[in-house]
Design a protein around this ligand. Structure first.
Ligand code: DNO
Length: 354
């Protein structure tokens, strides 16, 4: 049986974590990255893609997963300008496919990608992690330009005034509108992905509920079922993000892993553990006993249902005095990678001995 492929996110030459370090993590197969210096919606220069490929392959790693090619807000809003942005998106799919990329992760969240209220919350063991407490989110209104409060993780490329404008454009939009704009987008990009042999893998909304009154739809099993049917093609798949789905008790991540892996629609997995609280959640170490998710059961579900795609350890805590990009330091993600390898080996050998 084909094995899952262990991968690691890397933010390019600017990243404090180096490819030399990543290649020393046991069992590492590939590097997950993107072209970061091109604004959302524009076409990535072939030279930038080639440069990523060259540096990753020089480190003896594979470049097969892109995270992310961002979806321009005009596509999500269904504005007439979306035609140009969708064309550019298709061109980006072709260009990365030419560089041997097999899987593209993206999301369809209005304006805000992942949202947390603090990026350096001190846990009991002295490590720090990303947390989300609802009462802190409730104090922030992105439509009030005189409010100084912002949340970590917000796209800093928007000025407050621009943010206000883009958020305002969504106010009249319903979830059904967002579904129909997503369908429109998929109907155009999936045939291109299929032709290029690339798997598209939508990332769930993080957290998986509406924030600031903005519509969010990639949130639960019912909606993932609906998503997969919008364009019923294996190239239209998902990134199973355990932390994004698992921060809501409504979601049974093990069941979802079983269901979508057996359908062959999980192309990429983000593995991370969260502790679900009454007023939100805290990101924790990968080990099952550290959070609310049973990582063994999730891995077993993937294994049992023939998953052979890419997996990466997701956000890590900051440990051992490391500083850097919150969630994306080296040490705790490397521990996570090793733990995931251990789970896989134990499950695989256990099954082979039966
Ligand atoms: C956060 C990441 C997300 C993810 C995008 C995919 O750490 O998991 O930012 O890359 O939502 O487009």
């Amino acid at each position: 049986m084909e094995r899952m492929k262990l991968s690691f996110r890397w933010y390019g030459a600017e990243d404090k974590v180096t490819l030399e370090q990543i290649r020393q993590i046991p069992g590492m197969h590939s590097v997950v990255t993107a072209v970061y210096d091109v604004p959302p919606g524009e076409v990535w220069p072939k030279s930038s893609i080639q440069e990523l490929k060259r540096s990753i392959e020089d480190a003896n790693l594979h470049f097969e997963v892109v995270e992310s090619i961002p979806v321009h807000e005009d596509i999500k809003l269904g504005k007439p300008e979306r035609e140009r942005y969708i064309e550019n998106y298709c061109e980006n799919i072709r260009r990365v496919a030419e560089a041997s990329v097999k899987c593209i992760c993206y999301n369809f969240m209005p304006v805000f990608d992942w949202t947390r209220t603090q990026l350096d919350h001190v846990l009991e063991d002295g490590s720090t992690s990303l947390v989300y407490y609802q009462e802190q989110v409730d104090q922030v209104n992105p439509l009030e330009s005189d409010s100084d409060l912002t949340l970590p993780g917000w796209d800093s490329s928007y000025s407050r005034e621009e943010l206000k404008q883009v958020v305002a454009q969504y106010q009249a939009m319903t979830e059904e509108d967002l579904w129909s704009n997503l369908k429109y987008f998929l109907e155009r990009i999936i045939p291109v992905a299929a032709e290029c042999g690339v798997n598209m893998a939508i990332h769930e909304d993080d957290p998986c509920w509406s924030i600031f009154g903005l519509p969010r739809i990639i949130t639960c099993q019912e909606n993932l079922d609906r998503f997969l049917k919008l364009v019923d093609d294996p190239h239209n798949g998902i990134t199973l993000c355990t932390g994004s789905l698992g921060c809501s008790c409504r979601n049974n991540v093990v069941e979802m892993a079983k269901k979508y892996a057996s359908m062959g629609r999980i192309h990429f997995v983000h593995m991370r553990n969260v502790k679900v609280l009454e007023n939100g959640f805290e990101e924790r170490a990968h080990l099952s006993e550290c959070g609310s998710l049973d990582m063994y059961e999730i891995m077993k579900a993937l294994y049992d249902h023939g998953f052979s795609g890419y997996i990466r350890p997701d956000h890590g805590r900051m440990i051992w005095g490391e500083t850097g990009r919150p969630g994306y330091g080296l040490y705790d993600r490397a521990l996570g990678a090793t733990y995931l390898n251990g789970l896989w080996e134990a499950i695989e050998k256990g099954e082979q001995r039966k």
